[in-house]
Design a binder for this molecule. Structure first.
Ligand code: GCO
Length: 450
């Protein structure tokens, strides 16, 4: 076993994708509620009004996690549940929901990992310009302080943002995600103000949470040219600046990558870069597949191409390239010199219930085996990887794909909300148990990091 003794095995989810209760307990609209209300945004006009009804079913979900032996659970707070207008008056019923969730996790000996922002901006703030308004750095700091003071006695692991490159590029640059804006200046403003908000939040967490362990969650995947045409090679470099470097670079090195510096410069004020580059404790990585990039006429001049025919694919067509994951981990280790937590990795699959009532998701098990083996190779080669969280615990609301993509290790029958652990959940539970036994033959399991 190449992982460290206190390696953390977990699962990740996000508020909007599982909670439901979209209009219960005082929660107000997020940009995703509003975006999905426009007809035709996604197939079947599905919404996340109910999603996995986790708001009501969290005790069952925590019990499931305990059965699987998870050490940790990463979830996000819905900003419009705790601060319906984004700033100003807090919503006690919303705050109390996360108290109950956190207490249930702790009672089950599962460490809560709290992500502040997984894409569900309060619509009230979008009406004021959202991530395009520089004031958002202050609103985000106030929201962070509310969360830190309420839960910081019980939660120590905090992530500021999940995949900032995706929600800025897709939400403000390409118009594929909420709030559906496609504008170059909007994209570059959003990038800078998200970075600024990250830095402010790190300061607040350090001030308000004793013993906080803080990071951000970034996508990083190799951007390969889809063909050997020179224009695709250039496009791959352009995409890599937005996808891989727009956030980790300023946050770690106080500068934008060369491909972005000129575009973002008009929005940078004196002192901003130092405010962004606040020291953090770990690098959170989400990784699924590499990108195969082709030249495009969109506003970044780069599009997502198909993988070459020689690349292996999963049943749903995603490239399966575990070596790219191994290389990404090694690259992060060498560039950023931080402990790494893999906070999302997994795959959707064509899951069907068999005659015996089980879900034999061999395709997903194959993916997870190959990717965790690649991670173990990176660790053996020296990468300081300290945890792995599968995406996702439950089949959930997959953004633009609605309920058509099933990413869970636990199947959710969306009509009845019945949960059925898939074969992959059993595989994962066994992997965690084997790790624990080899760590700690005497059975004295210790979840502390050091
Ligand atoms: C993220 C991801 C998740 C997705 C997952 C599968 O931002 O963390 O988008 O929310 O569900 O990556 O696509």
């Amino acid at each position: 076993m190449t992982t460290r003794p206190n390696f953390v095995w977990g699962a990740s989810t996000s508020a909007f994708q599982i909670e439901g209760a979209a209009h219960l307990g005082g929660r107000a609209d997020s940009i995703w509620d509003v975006y999905l209300r426009a007809p035709g945004r996604i197939k079947g006009n599905e919404t996340a009004e109910v999603a996995c009804d986790h708001y009501h079913r969290y005790p069952e979900d925590v019990a499931l996690m305990r059965t699987l032996g998870l050490n940790a659970y990463r979830f996000s707070i819905a900003w419009p549940r705790v601060l319906p207008q984004g700033h100003g008056a807090a919503n006690e019923a919303g705050l109390a929901f996360y108290d109950r969730l956190i207490d249930a996790l702790l009672a089950a000996e599962i460490e809560p990992w709290l992500c502040l922002y997984h894409w569900d901006l309060p619509q009230a703030l979008e009406a004021l310009g959202g991530w395009q308004n520089r004031d958002i750095a202050g609103w985000f700091a106030d929201y962070t302080a509310l969360v830190a003071r309420r839960y910081g006695d019980r939660v120590k692991r905090f992530a500021t943002f999940n995949e900032p490159c995706v929600f800025t590029l897709f939400g403000y640059g390409l118009g594929w995600h909420a709030p559906g804006i496609a504008d170059k200046a909007a994209l570059h403003r959003a990038i800078h103000y998200v970075n600024l908000s990250h830095g402010r939040a790190v300061d607040v967490l350090r001030r308000d949470v004793v013993g906080a362990s803080i990071g951000a969650i970034h996508n990083r995947q190799p951007c390969y040219p889809a063909t050997d045409r020179p224009e695709d090679a250039k496009a791959a470099l352009r995409l890599a600046a937005y996808w891989n470097d727009a956030f980790p670079f300023p946050q770690a090195f106080a500068c934008y990558p060369p491909g972005l510096q000129d575009a973002v410069a008009p929005f940078i004020e004196p002192g901003d870069m130092a405010d962004i580059a606040r020291p953090v404790d770990w690098f959170g990585l989400n990784h699924y597949s590499p990108h195969y990039v082709k030249a495009d006429t969109n506003l970044i001049g780069a599009g997502f191409g198909p993988a070459p025919a020689t690349v292996r694919r999963s049943a749903i067509g995603w490239p399966v390239v575990p070596d790219a994951f191994r290389d990404t981990l090694t690259d992060i280790h060498q560039r950023f010199h931080l402990p790494i937590y893999v906070l999302e990795n997994g795959t959707a699959a064509n899951d069907v219930i068999d005659a015996a009532g089980g879900i034999p998701d061999e395709d997903r098990i194959g993916y997870l085996k190959a990717y965790t083996a690649a991670m173990e190779q990176a660790i053996a080669a020296g990468a300081d990887v300290r945890g792995y969280f599968v995406w996702s615990l439950l089949d959930n609301f997959e953004w633009g794909a609605g309920y058509s993509q099933r990413f869970g290790i636990v199947y959710v029958d969306h009509a009845t909300q019945r949960r059925i652990p898939k074969a992959s959940a059993r595989w994962y539970a066994e992997k965690i148990a084997a790790h624990r036994a080899s760590d700690d033959p005497a059975g004295r399991h210790n979840r502390a990091e050091e």
